[in-house]
Structure formats: C-alpha cells, structure tokens
Design a protein around this ligand. Structure first.
Ligand code: CDP
Length: 215
C-alpha cells in the first residue's frame, strides 16, 4: 500500500504522514529531506544551490544516510532545497531512490507513506491514496514560525511569511514536477484543524479509498 502526501510547506504534511505511517504500520519517507540534503551539501562546500552542475553532482552522491544530517531543518537550507528542486537533473537523480523506497520499503513493511511535492503526480502516480494537504498562507507561516522558535531559531513573522511565499511561488511555477494536486488527490485543508483532527480526517479518507467495493 502506497500513500502519497503532497502540499506546500508547513501545511502539516510531515506530522500527518508520520502518524499515518505509525498507525498503519507502513514505512515513512519525508522526500523534502532528500532535497534539503542536496542543498546542505552544496552550501557546506560554499557553492550556490542554483548552479545546475554543482547541485546535480551533490544529488548523485546523496544516500539515505545523509537524511540524518543535523543541519537539514534550517530555513536557509529550505530555501536552498527549493532552488535545487527546480533543476531537472537533481529531480532525476533523486527519483530512483524514492521509487526504490516505495517499491521495497525497509524493515519488511508492506507499504509506505511518502510526503513531498510531486509524490502523487510523478514519483508514485499509481499510489493507492493521494492526499493534497494544504492550509492558508497565514496559518502555515504561523506554524513555521512556531517550529523555528521551538528550535531556538530567532525569526520575524513577516520574514517567515515572505520566504514561504517565495518558496510557494518557486515550487508551483517550476517547469519540472511543479507543486499541484494530482487529478485523483483528495484535498485536505488543515487551516482550521489541529494535528488530531487532520489525522482523523486523513484516516477517514484512507478507509473510504481502500475499502473493498461491495460485492
Ligand atoms: O518543510 P517544508 O514542507 O517547508 O519543506 P520540505 O518538504 O522539507 O521541502 C523542501 C523543498 O524541497 C521544497 O520547497 C521543494 O522545493 C522541494 N521538494 C520537492 O521539490 N519535491 C519533493 N518531493 C519534496 C520537496
């Protein structure tokens, strides 16, 4: 069973995807971490994440072990991730890793939950259930600020909101695998939902989509 969860930043995808994977005993992959790992490698070498040759070489060298780097959640790395993510050669280099995870989930799990921007549209177009998790710009900016502050990173709301808008624009406008709901995705707007209600709503959608049709 493959569950694809896509949507913009700080919409609640990560928390939801992790909870669904635990409840359904599936493997979990946060694909944003792969793009973050590419950006972190490029930045650590003092290069510009927007330069294709450099970003592509970093993408080819990424392995699942890189997902444990401690610097991946920094906001600067997030911006760099959305820059490297616009480069087709970077996306191509990461596609295989993601499909292998979905096809042969680790730890003998019977399936996987993947979260990202293009899981339902490109990585796993045949997923059993596709959710497009979104929320208003203001609620996402407020959540991102809370997350940054929780990690002790100083942040100004107006700046967090502006960076989020820039990242949304870049992710939605790129030519390769832009952020958009798959035609068969169910849209879940979490602006007015806490983590528990989003989880319940998602479980209801999954049960309805995976229930055997009446004989
Ligand atoms: O934490 P947040 O949702 O803001 O970002 P993330 O999921 O860690 O992803 C960081 C960046 O990677 C995004 O802004 C996208 O540009 C890119 N990304 C992508 O293009 N495709 C994916 N499947 C996942 C992430």
């Amino acid at each position: 069973m493959i569950i694809a969860i896509d949507g913009p930043g700080a919409a609640g995808k990560g928390t939801l995807a992790r909870r669904l994977a635990a409840a359904l005993d599936l493997a979990f992959l946060d694909t944003g971490l792969l793009y973050r790992a590419v950006a972190a490698k490029v930045l650590a070498d003092g290069h510009d994440p927007a330069v294709p040759a450099v970003a592509e070489a970093a993408a080819r060298s990424v392995t699942f072990a890189d997902l444990n780097r401690p610097d991946l959640r920094r906001e600067g790395v997030g911006q760099g991730a959305s820059q490297v993510a616009a480069i087709p050669g970077v996306r191509a280099a990461l596609l295989d890793l993601q499909r292998r995870f979905a096809g042969q989930p680790p730890d003998g799990k019977r399936g996987a939950v993947l979260d990202g921007r293009d899981i339902g549209t490109v990585v796993c177009p045949g997923a059993d259930v596709k959710l497009f998790v979104t929320a208003s710009l203001d609620s996402r900016a407020a959540r991102r600020q809370k997350e940054l502050r929780g990690r002790g990173e100083a942040s100004i709301y107006a700046r967090v909101k502006q960076e989020m808008q820039e990242r949304d624009a870049r992710d939605s406008a790129r030519a390769t695998a832009p952020l958009k709901p798959a035609p068969d995705a169910v849209v879940l707007d979490t602006s007015e939902m806490d983590a528990d209600s989003a989880f319940r709503a998602a479980m209801d959608i999954i049960s309805a989509r995976t229930a055997a049709p009446p004989a």
